[in-house]
Ligand binder design. Sequence first.
Ligand SMILES: *Cc1c(COP(=O)(O)O)cnc(C)c1O
Length: 388
Amino acid sequence: MALSATPIYMDYAATTPVDPRVAQEMARYLGLDGTFANPASRSHMLGWLAEQAVEGARRQVADLIHADPREIVWTSGATEADNLALIGFMRANRARGRHLITSSIEHKAILDTAASLEQEGFDVTLLAPDSNGRITPEQLRDALRPDTILVSLMAVNNEIGSRNDIDALGNIAHQHGAAFHVDAAQAAGKIPLDVGTQPIDMLSLSAHKVYGPKGIGALYVRRDTQITPLIHGGGHERGMRSGTLPTHQIVGMGTAFTLASAEQEQDNQRIARLRARLVARLEQLPGAHFTIEEGKGVANILSVGFDDVDGQTLLMEMRSLATATGSACNSADVAPSYVLGALGVPTRRALATLRLSLGRFSTEQDVDGAADVITATLARLRSTQAPA
Ligand SMILES: *Cc1c(COP(=O)(O)O)cnc(C)c1O
């Protein structure tokens, strides 16, 4: 076997490669012969052209979620969009209340932001998910208080692929007079989103989970939703987020989102077939547990844990498979992921849980190769390891 064999990439939920069609478009906005000018330069033609490109991309991103382009604010990614949504909204509306509701399996961009809001004097309630990673409408109804002004829940979980019922949850928040924010970083391009009909006031997006470049994202902010800016200087993005706009990144995100609009359905169908092929292999392995029930989550993320095997060794032995695990490594310390912990997955199995995530460029060979690697590694480890 060649030592330099490229690993099989099964970590699309961490990031996706840039689609070649996106990279090609981005390259036109960089050099002297391209549209490199500052889109805020109003005094010359080159600036106008860059501004036109930015506004075209704004419409492309808005179209995927059926928003008005004026409701799209460019950010550096979904992390910044989450920060702007939570901190910006809570600060702007503090006179109406100081309570925020979110869940214990949100991305760290939400959890760490909520923790910093607590430091600032706001109150935060974290809802616990059911065994399929969902927050129920009843739970949300019970947690709402007179001073609750914002509810933030993710559409699709990045670790286990679970889906929340955004419509039911948003309706409850709205009936109560609270605003509703959705982290849709893993949902855009995977499931239909329509802010025109869905009860969503703010929605976070990232380009690099959808075959666009890293370092660019957006926050959808519904008309009449008040947020205070986090970044000051120049008043770009109608005062909500200052800073020179990265034209090439923005054009990349726009192109990627247009491709997602056109291809999401066929991508999903192909990925669902690949997933079924992978599941058929993995479910035959002794001691395999799918973290959530099949059919409850998105097709592209598969979380599977294994009994009777040491998680750290399992990972070390699978270098030819690029995937994520149910552990969070902090130097020497290995702790199980907080998401699996919140679902009640036993620690030892959580440490031996893999997040296999598929994407636009995944192939049957990838799936078969991954199943082969996992099967062989488990067999080898179980024959040499003493049972716990
Ligand atoms: C990736 C991700 C983020 C962070 O997005 P960046 O653009 O990398 O900052 C936030 N939330 C979820 C659910 C994600 O999957």
